[in-house]
Design a protein around this ligand. Structure first.
Ligand code: ATR
Length: 280
């Protein structure tokens, strides 16, 4: 129940009506006995500055930020975490003790947390990342921060992959970039393949980010950031080659759990969040 003391957080994006985050967070607030509520706010492109002013004016406890505002929101915030700075995108805003708005990115550690939950340790893998958008940037920064020493980024538009790799240069990490024509060769040399493009996402469920001449190995792990549908064509393809297939719902879960902790200072019940996600 909403009371006079309820602390409000919510998701700013366009569109947001399909989001599963309210179900996930409100279930976790209830389970933790916290008088908090999570709502969605449809914020049109260009409107994120006014929305951030709203956080301040209304005394909200924080927010999540999604497409198309993750980069545009930065100039309206007071401080950024190192992860948000490196990725150049914010998905979580929290309010510091002195009232400043702090931009963070929990996509990168959320991705790594989900890998580790599946007993996949980034340090032990040679990674191949498909895509060079915001999601790919979070994946590459997460992998590099977690000690993955070899990361190749391939993208339909190779210049974008090259620019990203240049911007994310990290001591001790071999970062390569290229176009999708290198996919068959690079896939053979990688042990962890990650789709961070939007290919295969509802309603284009028949699409796959790699062509059938790419042969996957039983020893490989294939992670698809796409979580709608839960079982993508890429994941089914990986399984037919005997590879391990992991869908993106766990990353959504863990970025949410980390945001919850940033806002409330309380560690959420991740199982409650998972149940809410899978039943919504
Ligand atoms: P996000 O922030 O969710 O990562 P984005 O920045 O729009 O979204 O990036 C989308 C990614 O999916 C890009 O890597 C894009 O490739 P381009 O940089 O060449 O546009 C990739 N992508 C989208 N549709 C694609 C398609 N049909 N085939 C191959 N790659 C595609």
């Amino acid at each position: 129940m909403i009371t006079a003391h309820t602390r409000l957080v919510g998701l700013m994006g366009w569109p947001v009506s399909h989001s599963r985050s309210p179900a996930m967070h409100n279930a976790a607030f209830a389970a933790a006995g916290l008088d908090w509520a999570y709502a969605t706010f449809p914020v049109k492109p260009g409107g994120v500055g006014a929305a951030v002013a709203g956080i301040r004016a209304l005394g909200m406890a924080g927010a999540n930020v999604t497409v198309p505002h993750k980069q545009a929101v930065i100039e309206h915030l007071d401080q950024l975490t190192e992860a948000a700075q490196r990725i150049g995108a914010v998905n979580t805003i929290s309010v510091t003790d002195d009232g400043a708005l702090l931009g963070d990115n929990t996509d990168a550690p959320g991705f790594v947390a989900d890998l580790r939950e599946h007993a996949v340790e980034p340090r032990e893998h040679r990674a191949l990342v498909l895509g060079a958008g915001g999601a790919a940037r979070a994946v590459v920064v997460g992998l590099a921060m977690a000690g993955c020493a070899e990361i190749t980024v391939l993208n339909r538009t190779p210049e974008r992959a090259r620019a990203m790799v240049e911007a994310l240069a990290t001591p001790g990490v071999v970062l390569r970039a290229g176009g999708m024509d290198a996919l068959a060769e690079r896939a053979g040399q990688s042990t962890l393949v990650i789709n961070s493009t939007s290919v295969g996402m509802h309603p284009h469920e028949d699409a796959m980010p790699c062509s059938p001449e790419v042969v996957l190995q039983p020893s490989q792990v294939v992670y698809d950031l796409v979580y709608a549908p839960r079982d993508t064509r890429l994941l089914r393809y990986a399984r037919t080659h005997g590879a391990r297939a992991i869908g993106g719902l766990g990353m959504l879960l863990h970025q949410g759990a980390l945001a919850f902790e940033r806002w409330t200072g309380v560690t959420p019940d991740v199982q409650v969040m998972r149940d809410a996600l899978t039943s919504s």
